[in-house]
Design a protein around this ligand. Structure first.
Ligand code: ZN
Ligand code: FE
Length: 257
């Protein structure tokens, strides 16, 4: 029986430890210190490292973890990450025999050019790095709106009950923006209350689910007529073309406080 431990790092990162009580694989270890502490606290031995993209807050802890223990490092084939020895593209399977775990790989370019996501189909877990966030999506540093919207569509096509393990606690800021864009969405208003209560209690809002994201995340809902109407009313687009709407939404969010 596998479970996922939440390891907070920096201001708002989540590093994920997938474990069976004995062995553990870490997703996106931006910092080694909290991972080594969690391994020690739960008496786990590290057996693999999984990376979604090349940003420092996702890979910074890798060298020290490898000093601690020489383990396979899985990561995107289309990014330059020196430590990666298992290069992955869409359709590949990352197998971690110690955990009896198979993760299938999706190419999800947009935030970075080679960003990948990992899907544990049996467990219904998605590890999506900085692509899909709870209530939002990653910034477009290296990709285009068309790429990012296609990447998000792949994730939205996963089963509704899939747990979304994204890499940051950006949820409340994302949902404040979502409310500005999609104010009539009752499910969104209810979600904001629930997630705010979690934050007040000091709890993470992650993981969420694909179902919840599809009903409240504007970056999955940009084709909704109400959202397109809103973008037109705000003079952010003068067409109903979906990719233009997605691009305008991302731009609006970039400047939103
Ligand atoms: Zn990133
Ligand atoms: Fe990040």
């Amino acid at each position: 029986m596998l479970s996922v431990l939440t390891v907070p790092a920096f201001d708002d990162n989540y590093l994920w430890l997938i474990h069976d009580g004995t062995h553990a694989a870490v997703v996106d270890p931006g910092d080694a210190t909290p991972i080594l502490a969690a391994l020690e606290a739960h008496a786990l031995s590290l057996v693999a490292i999984l990376l979604t993209h090349h940003h420092a807050d996702h890979i910074g802890g890798v060298p020290r973890l490898l000093q601690h223990r020489r383990v396979p490092v899985f990561g995107p084939a289309h990014e330059n990450i020196a430590a990666v020895d298992h290069l992955l593209v869409e359709g590949d399977i990352a197998t971690i025999p110690e955990l009896g775990l198979s993760l299938s790989v999706l190419d999800v370019p947009g935030h970075t050019r080679g960003h990948i996501a990992y899907v544990a189909a049996e467990q219904q877990w998605l590890f999506c790095g900085d692509t899909l966030f709870a209530g939002g999506c990653g910034r477009l540093f290296e990709g285009t709106p068309a790429q990012m919207s296609a990447s998000l569509a792949k994730l939205a096509a996963l089963p509704d009950t899939t747990q979304v393990y994204c890499a940051h606690e950006y949820t409340m800021a994302n949902l404040r923006f979502a409310r500005a864009v999609d104010p009539e969405n009752v499910t969104l208003v209810e979600r904001i209350e629930r997630e705010q209560a979690k934050r007040t209690r000091g709890e993470p809002t992650v993981p969420s689910t694909i179902k919840l994201e599809k009903s409240t995340n504007p970056f999955l809902r940009y084709r909704e007529p109400a959202i397109i109407d809103r973008l037109i009313a705000e003079n952010r687009i003068d067409t109903r073309e979906p990719i233009a709407a997605f691009a305008a939404l991302r731009e609006w969010k970039n400047g939103y406080r």
